[in-house]
Design a protein around this ligand. Sequence first.
Ligand SMILES: *Cc1c(COP(=O)(O)O)cnc(C)c1O
Length: 337
Amino acid sequence: MHFSRFPRVRLAHLPTPLEHMPRLSKELGVELWIKRDDCTGMSSGGNKTRKLEFLMAEAEAMGADMVMTQGATQSNHARQTAACAARMGIACHILLEDRTGYNNANYNENGNVLLDHLHGATTEKFPGGHDMVGEMNRAADAARAQGKAVYVIPGGGSNPTGALGYANCALELLGQVNERGLKVDRLVHATGSSGTQAGLVTGMAALNSGIPVLGIGTRAPRERQEQMVYDLAQRTAEKLGCPGVVSREDVVANTDYVGDGYGLPTQSGLEAISMFAELEGILLDPVYSAKGAAGLIDLARKGQFQDERVIFLHTGGSVGLFGYDFAFDHSSRRING
Ligand SMILES: *Cc1c(COP(=O)(O)O)cnc(C)c1O
């Protein structure tokens, strides 16, 4: 995999650390390591920055003076896009979809939304279920009619260009485990718009790693999630020059931890947040990484990772905690006042 063939802007702090989690390991009865993609650097980090290294390079190559993207109100992808655009001196416009219906002020103004605006991006809000792709095309056409050179980034940065960032992550991670002499049995992470898993399975297959990847769903039902990942993985493999390297069985998603829907916190996710925070000082987010960790915790407790060395890819998102503060009851920690 010859990544230097693709245009790339260096935006992320790489390589991200690979850290052993002794206290979580003891609690869960597996040897747990975390790949710290919550530490990619830009505007508090997260998985979208790896994708944006390749996406923003395409924007730059076409002479864009504006990028446009879309996501949920508390989109980490939107925030990282806004930060990367700021660093590159490119305007950023974000279309936000209200997928939860929360009226809460922090949800609508704090967390990722606050940072979108601090980075200078403009945002536009739409109701849940709105045709966001059509809307973004219309908005891009309108900006072009005013003379802007617009580069459109799909939700989550999930297309073959963005997924290159995670094929590259597979290469980076294999380098780290080989360097340390770690035989790894499994890689687990939260999956959503599918670019992360598609890139990882493509990279892992192209490198013949033998490491299975398990995506824990945050939105779509299993069939649809796996099909989305598989389709994108195939297109990513073609782009990388290794068409057909990913087989359908390489794509596995467990969508049992979505709960009531995208962006709606679950009890098991909130427990995962407390467990990671209290045992290892690691912050998860309620929309993605907490649901991923909830799957990891539950499957470990059911004995499905018996005697395994598991890597949890931490995809970031902790800024979202400040948009979801209402989901936490931490009053018992207050001794006074
Ligand atoms: C976007 C996101 C994911 C999911 O990654 P996809 O590539 O969209 O599947 C997981 N965790 C966090 C924190 C995210 O922001």
